[in-house]
Structures are given as structure tokens and as C-alpha cells.
Ligand binder design. Structure first.
Ligand code: HEM
Length: 225
């Protein structure tokens, strides 16, 4: 019963919530669609946190998506053991880089007073959920080996059943609970999407492409500097 609620109902609740609230925010509070920048408060740690985080996680999520959308291609890719080993090692290295840089971003907000005062409750919640999700993914990849293969026979048919509106939780119900927690974490992040700064994702690749760049400068009275 719990599996039906978690793996057949919760994913739809998360998606509906994300879509409805995202549209609601777009039509009622469009200018809040951005990531509240803290770059001018501190930029060095931000660079070392933000760049490896975005590169690492985007490549990993792209691999999740590729295996889901073209499972045949993914199966061919991992059919040769050497390619499978290389992919697993790259995945582990990228997830470790993503995890460490995320911890750096968390520490930066936690220890730098002027940044912690501009950090909302939702920012903290999102950071904690992301750290847990990436740490779980790393743990799953390390301790339940060859996930790039068993993903194709568990997560992929489960996600496809959700897309067909004919949810089949049985594909994942016998997996270890740490793996199940990681899968639920994906949908928890979808549910949190419109309430957090994650919403900047749907503005960054679109409007940032053609809008003029902006320069943030300090306005400080030089006599008191
Ligand atoms: C329903 C959604 C998701 C499913 C079914 C899923 C499933 C999996 C599986 C089976 C693995 C193990 C892969 C392997 O052993 O190589 C994995 C790894 C991982 N996942 Fe997910 N995941 C989901 C969502 C997410 C999300 C939203 C994130 C990040 C925000 C994420 C981050 C990671 C990371 C960092 C790894 C480790 C990658 C590696 O070392 O190969 N996952 N995921």
C-alpha cells in the first residue's frame, strides 16, 4: 500500500503541484523568477562551488535522461564492459565533484554572515534536499553496483508506466529502500521546484541568451570607504 502511495500517486501529485504553482507564479509574480544573487557579496567560493556543481549535475542528469529516453542506445553503450567501467567511474567522479561543491555552497551560506542573512528558509531546505539527493545517488552508485544497467530494468519501465498514466510501482517496490529514497527524492525536487530558486532554471537558458549583460557595481560613498 505504501508503495502505491509513494510510487504511483506521489509522482503525479509532485508534477501537478509543480506545473500549477509555476504557472500561478508566472502570471501573478513574474519578477520573482530569478535566483537571488549573492555574487556581489562573495564571489570566489561561489565560483568554486557553482561551476563544478552545475557541470557535474547537468551531465549526470543528462545521463539519467538519455537512459530513460533511448534505453536501446544506452544498452548498446554499456554492452562492452570497458565502456561500462569508464561510464561508472566518470559518474562517480562527477557526483563526488557535485557533492563537494554543493557542500562548499552550503558552507558559504552558513559561515558568511552577510550571505546567511539573505538566505531564505526555502533556500536552506532546497540545499539540504539537494545534498541528500546527490549523496544518496553517489551511495547507490557505489554500493549497488552497475546501476547504469539495472536502472534500465527498474526505473525506466516504472517511469514509462507513469508517462502512460498506468503506474506500475511493482518495478521498483522490491529495490533497497536507499534506492527507493533516491527515486522519491527526484519527485520531491519536482514538487519543490516552483517554491524555490530552482525556478530560475526555466529563465536562465531562455532570457539570458538575448538580454544585455548587467554589471553590478558597489555604490559606496568614497569619503567613508
Ligand atoms: C526519479 C528520478 C531518479 C531516478 C529513478 C534515479 C536513479 C538513479 C540510479 C539508479 C542511480 C545509480 C546509477 C549508477 O549506479 O551509475 C543514480 C545515480 C545518481 N543520481 Fe539519480 N535518479 C533520479 C533522480 C536524480 C536527481 C533529481 C538527482 C540530482 C539532483 C540525481 C542524482 C544522482 C547522482 C549524483 C547519482 C550518482 C551518479 C553516478 O555516480 O553514476 N538523481 N540515480
Amino acid at each position: 500500500m505504501a508503495d502505491v502511495v509513494l510510487f504511483a500517486a506521489f509522482p503525479y501529485i509532485a508534477i501537478v503541484l509543480a506545473v500549477v504553482v509555476t504557472f500561478y507564479r508566472y502570471y501573478t509574480d513574474r519578477f520573482s523568477y530569478s535566483s537571488y544573487s549573492s555574487q556581489f557579496l562573495e564571489s570566489r567560493t561561489l565560483f568554486w562551488g557553482s561551476v563544478p556543481w552545475h557541470f557535474g549535475i547537468l551531465i549526470i542528469l543528462l545521463a539519467h535522461l538519455l537512459a530513460l529516453l533511448v534505453p536501446g542506445v544506452w544498452q548498446d553503450l554499456i554492452a562492452a564492459p570497458t565502456r561500462l567501467y569508464i561510464l561508472e567511474v566518470i559518474g562517480l567522479a562527477l557526483s563526488l565533484a557535485a557533492l563537494l561543491s554543493l557542500l562548499l555552497l552550503f558552507g558559504r551560506r552558513f559561515y558568511t554572515h552577510r550571505i546567511s542573512v539573505v538566505t531564505s528558509g526555502m533556500d536552506w531546505l532546497l540545499l539540504v534536499v539537494l545534498i541528500a539527493q546527490v549523496a544518496l545517488g553517489f551511495w547507490v552508485a557505489l554500493y549497488y553496483r552497475w546501476g547504469s544497467d539495472w536502472y534500465l530494468h527498474t526505473a525506466v519501465p516504472w517511469l514509462q508506466s507513469l508517462a502512460r498514466l498506468d503506474p506500475e510501482a511493482e518495478f521498483v517496490s522490491s529495490l533497497p529502500w536507499l534506492v527507493k529514497l533516491h527515486m522519491l527524492g527526484g519527485f520531491l525536487l519536482i514538487a519543490l521546484f516552483p517554491f524555490t530558486r530552482l525556478v530560475h532554471m526555466i529563465t536562465v537558458p531562455i532570457t539570458y541568451l538575448w538580454r544585455p549583460y548587467q554589471v553590478v557595481v558597489w555604490y559606496r560613498d568614497q569619503r567613508h570607504a
